[in-house]
Ligand binder design. Structure first.
Ligand SMILES: [Cu+2]
Length: 179
């Protein structure tokens, strides 16, 4: 009996000592107000989108969020600039806006809005690379901001973009990650 309790305690201790990234359990994302800048006068939102901002999900995250744990909401017809940066020393990443589909399917290679992807999205870019991705969110709906490097979206490297017909200004919100 005592040995069982000790064994259980040991397993618990080992689990607690395992980095979150290896457990695949993302820390709730803390939204930083500096990530988003709004210019209402010309209906523009600028968003600092950083691949592998943290080590969560093995680095396959945007701003620390994986599996949809962050939602950027923008009013329909607003202009969006994604200031994309890759901070991952271990692998290339990219960005592409796709329609939200369930189940998640392999990226078709075509973004949901014209120009809503980084250059050579399937190859991605290495650590330190920066690129501005500009597009107009001209149709309301549910979208995803994904990494288009093969396998990354399936591994959870995606967040949500909601293009809203009723919102009057953009906002950013941490939400529960998909299982
Ligand atoms: Cu990636």
């Amino acid at each position: 009996m005592r040995a069982t309790i000790r064994g259980f305690a040991l397993v618990t201790l080992l689990y607690a000592a395992t980095p979150r990234a290896l457990r695949g359990q993302a820390t709730p994302v803390k939204v930083d107000s500096s990530w988003m800048a709004v210019r209402a006068a010309d209906s523009t939102v600028e968003f600092q989108l950083t691949a592998a901002l943290t080590s969560d999900n093995g680095g396959m995250n945007f701003n620390g969020a994986a599996r949809g744990a962050l939602t950027l909401t923008v009013p329909v017809k607003w202009h969006v600039t994604l200031h994309f940066t890759n901070e991952d020393d271990n692998m290339p990443h990219s960005v592409e806006v796709t329609l939200a589909q369930k189940p998640l399917t392999a990226t078709s290679g075509k973004p949901a809005f014209p120009r809503a992807e980084s250059k050579h999205a399937a190859q991605g870019v290495n650590a330190g690379a920066k690129e501005d991705v500009r597009f107009t969110a001209n149709q309301a709906g549910s979208y995803l901001i994904v990494c288009a490097v093969p396998g990354h979206e399936a591994a959870g490297m995606w967040i949500r973009l909601s293009v809203s017909a009723t919102a009057t200004r953009p906002w950013l919100q941490a939400v529960p990650a998909a299982p």
